[in-house]
Design a binder for this molecule. Structure first.
Ligand code: UGA
Length: 436
């Protein structure tokens, strides 16, 4: 099938390449000329495991192309809107500028019977507001939220947990849901649940899922705060409650908390939308989820200060990690960089290393010292702060070897990802989050 994808960021570029990899003919469209040039040359403009391979294959096969010209969308049967919905500059609400601009740009190129599928994360009600404009062209709007995780985006797109398609009631909606089922035929035939619902439910499924995940993380981080004043160990607590299948161990990783381009802004946008709807109290707990999360960043910084005897002024601190999570070069709202910047602000000499995110970090925070090589970065550190749980730090960093490089033997494990016993045995003062 011929598809267009409007917006070629983390979501759109992966979606375009993944759809080409399952056999569709896809044009990706973006206003960012540099990004389009890179994608058109078959070079992934950001780090995402597996993307480079499917991108090159797609370009070589002739099924995948990229352009800045939105007129290239004409002739596609399905048009995916995959632009960003960042937090507004002056409020917690989502900024819908890019969604509206994408829809406006697409309108003149739509034909009778086309399907426009919104993938962006939007406040509930956005699709209903867009639908009438789209339908004037004879096209049908559906909402098809995306649940991909960065670092697993290719797998999550080709082989998702579930597919959700929200439509308006009636024959056009049913036909559009059938067309989307055809687009996702390879996943559907494998047994992926294909849930057809209304527009509002589809929009809400996405924000509810992210709100739940954020709440789960902040729940365990709240337990970490209690553990810290009672001498309990939050990782053992998480293991123990996680054995209960109703709770489950995943997303009970206590530490410096969640960041990235999705969870933080999505819970805020959800609160803002609920308030507009007169139901602010229904999700008031999300404010607390946000507050707990931000407190954990302060806690990690305080642990470093305390471990260095009350001040980090002119002390050498090596921060292991810059990305908001491993297997990604994304530094949007990264707890790792937040900690690094704060420590620098307190007068520390901060060196940051990361296997993938240093170029992005350098551009955003030029005041920090960046070193590509992990061992070089560790040299002469008075304290080490682990904030992104890359295998390079979690599994591959031998504490005895690390001790031979640093000046001090203080490690703050902001992700509770190191083997505390091994680090202590190697002579380190080990500080975890919510741990003895
Ligand atoms: C999140 C959702 O997991 C995806 O399902 C969703 O599609 C995506 O947002 C989106 O809205 O586009 P992502 O932002 O890639 O995906 O990252 P997550 O894997 O959810 O991690 C978010 C943050 O939570 C990271 O900073 C991670 O380190 C942190 N985290 C995760 C914890 O602090 N503890 C945990 O136990 C798990």
């Amino acid at each position: 099938m011929r598809l267009s994808v409007i917006g070629c960021g983390y979501l759109g570029a992966v979606h375009a390449a993944a759809m080409a990899s399952v056999g569709h003919e896809v044009v990706g469209i973006d206003v960012d000329e540099a990004k389009v040039r890179s994608l058109a040359e078959g070079v992934a403009p950001f780090f995402e495991p597996g993307l480079q391979e499917i991108l090159s294959e797609g370009i070589d096969s002739g099924r995948l192309s990229f352009t800045t010209d939105v007129a290239a969308a004409k002739g596609a049967q399905v048009h995916f809107i995959a632009v960003g919905t960042p937090q507004s500059k002056d409020s917690y609400a989502a900024d819908l500028t890019y969604v509206n601009a994408a829809a406006d740009a697409l309108l003149p190129h739509l034909s009778d019977g086309d399907v426009v599928a919104g993938k962006s994360t939007v406040p509930v009600g956005t699709a209903a507001a867009l639908a009438s404009r789209i339908e004037q062209t004879g096209a049908t709007l559906v909402w098809n939220p995306e649940f991909l995780r960065e670092g697993w985006a290719v797998k999550d797109t080709i082989d998702p947990d579930r597919l959700v398609v929200g439509t308006e009631s009636g024959a056009a909606g049913e036909r559009a849901a059938d067309i989307l089922r055809e687009v996702y035929h390879p996943a559907v035939t494998k047994g992926t649940p294909y849930i057809v619902t209304d527009l509002a439910t589809a929009e809400l499924v996405k924000v509810a899922a992210n709100a739940f995940l954020a709440t789960k993380i902040s729940f365990i981080n709240a337990m970490a705060e209690i553990a810290e004043v009672t001498g309990a160990d939050v990782t053992q607590l998480a293991d123990a409650i996680g054995h209960d299948e109703r709770i489950g161990r995943r997303f009970l990783g206590a530490g410096i908390g969640f960041g990235g381009g999705c969870l933080p802004k999505d819970i805020r946008a959800f609160s803002a939308r609920a308030e507009e709807l007169g139901r602010g109290e229904s999700v008031a707990f999300l404010r607390e989820v946000d507050a707990i999360n931000l407190r954990r960043r302060d806690r990690a910084i305080q642990l470093v200060i305390d471990a260095l005897g009350g001040s980090v002024f002119k002390r050498n601190i090596t921060v292991l990690g810059a990305a908001f999570k491993p297997h990604s070069d994304d530094i949007r709202d990264s707890p790792a960089l937040h900690a690094a910047v704060q420590l620098r602000g307190l007068g520390a000499w901060v060196t940051v290393t990361d296997p993938a995110a240093l170029d992005n970090a350098r551009r955003l925070h030029p005041q920090l010292n960046y070193v590509d090589d992990r061992d070089e970065a560790l040299r002469q550190a008075d304290a080490v702060l682990v904030v992104t749980e890359w295998d390079e730090y979690r599994r591959q960093l031998d504490p005895v070897h690390a001790a031979s490089l640093t000046a001090g033997k203080v490690v703050v494990d902001g992700r509770n990802c190191l083997g505390s016993t091994a680090w202590r045995e190697a002579g380190w003062a080990y500080y975890g989050m919510g741990r003895r």
